[in-house]
Design a protein around this ligand. Structure first.
Ligand SMILES: Cc1cc2nc3c(=O)[nH]c(=O)nc-3n(C[C@H](O)[C@H](O)[C@H](O)COP(=O)(O)O)c2cc1C
Ligand code: SF4
Ligand code: SF4
Length: 296
């Protein structure tokens, strides 16, 4: 079994670990970056056999289109675990589903979510159908909500005891081990989901690029943990301060893992932060760190 996961504060990693026990766990941001490097190498090789003008055009061309290949993922069971963002599948997971071809008799998806409950069933089915994936099982798990513009972390931590979480994760583990075919939950109409998503984004500042969403206060020590934890590799430390580029996966690892609480969302409710209690900061850094990629 291979389980691909995306996480910001560890909830989805807790689920991926439980479900993928004995199998291989793969971080989606690292997987996509490694694929980009492979494409870069392929383009360079192709370009080296061309006239300079053709090579320049080839390099400008999108790599995926050029190679025309999808990455084949073949296993007895393939799973995806990721958080709900703005009532939808996160953009990085959509990108993943567009780049891969899953060759497995059992393809399951588990999403974690917080207080703004909505099923991702129709959104997910649409994306899966568009990309030729056949979904065998889908379920969602309610966990502490890490979305600072809507939630108070103290309340979220109190709401979910370790045993409540273990129980709801355990039910899905049993389902997947038994290879249950079931796409759980009601289907919310697509138009309602996209309208809801736009409203949440508009009210919480979710339409702004990362560089405009965050504030750094005077407690910043320039330690660089936010940069290491960033799933998009979009933070650089310049003169002991984080500088954000416009790319962002919305994961909030930077804000929640900041060592001094110096990093804030403009619209956050409180300055309290969250990390899933079964997960360490280093686990998140490792899941996003390019140091784990092979050197080429
Ligand atoms: C940008 C963003 C948007 C979110 N949108 C939703 C949402 O629409 N509905 C919901 O129930 N939870 C939402 N959440 C909460 C997360 O889905 C939830 O806390 C999840 O378990 C976090 O997983 P992680 O710890 O693996 O990152 C959102 C979180 C973030 C950071
Ligand atoms: S983790 Fe916090 S203290 Fe460290 S560099 Fe980033 S913002 Fe500054
Ligand atoms: S800038 Fe922050 S929220 Fe955006 S991808 Fe990086 S760590 Fe996640």
């Amino acid at each position: 079994m291979r389980v691909f996961y995306f996480t910001g504060t560890g909830n989805s990693l807790q689920v991926a670990r439980a479900i993928g026990e004995g199998g291989e766990l793969v971080s989606i941001p690292l997987f996509l970056r490694e694929h980009q490097i492979e494409i870069g190498v392929a383009i360079k090789e192709l370009a080296s056999s061309m006239a300079p003008a053709d090579a320049a055009t080839a390099i400008r061309t999108n790599g995926d289109t050029m190679t025309g290949k999808r990455i084949i993922i073949k296993d007895d069971a393939v799973g995806l675990v990721f958080p709900t963002y703005y009532w939808e599948v996160p953009a990085i997971v959509v990108e993943f589903l567009e780049k891969v071809k899953i060759e497995s008799d059992y393809f399951f998806v588990l999403t974690t979510r917080g207080v703004a409950s909505v099923t991702l069933k129709s959104n997910l089915r649409q994306i899966a159908r568009r990309n030729g994936h056949c979904l065998s099982y889908y379920s969602q798990i309610s966990m502490p909500d890490n979305f600072l513009p809507l939630c108070n972390m103290t309340n979220q931590k109190k709401r979910f005891t370790a045993s409540v979480l273990a129980q709801s994760i355990g039910l899905r583990v049993t389902d997947v081990r038994a290879r249950k075919s079931n796409v759980r939950g009601p289907t919310a109409p697509g138009f309602l989901v996209s309208a809801g998503s736009s409203i949440i984004r508009a009210f919480t500042g979710g339409t702004k690029p990362a560089s405009e969403s965050f504030l750094v206060d005077a407690n910043c020590t320039g330690c660089g943990i936010c940069a290491k934890a960033c799933s998009a590799q979009s933070i650089k430390i310049v003169e002991d301060m984080p500088v954000f580029s416009s790319t962002c996966n919305d994961c909030l690892a930077c804000v929640h893992l900041c060592t001094t609480g110096a990093l804030h969302m403009r619209k956050e409710k409180t300055s309290e932060r969250y990390l899933n209690p079964t997960i360490k900061k280093d686990d998140i850094i490792e899941a996003h760190s390019p140091q784990r990629l092979p050197v080429r």
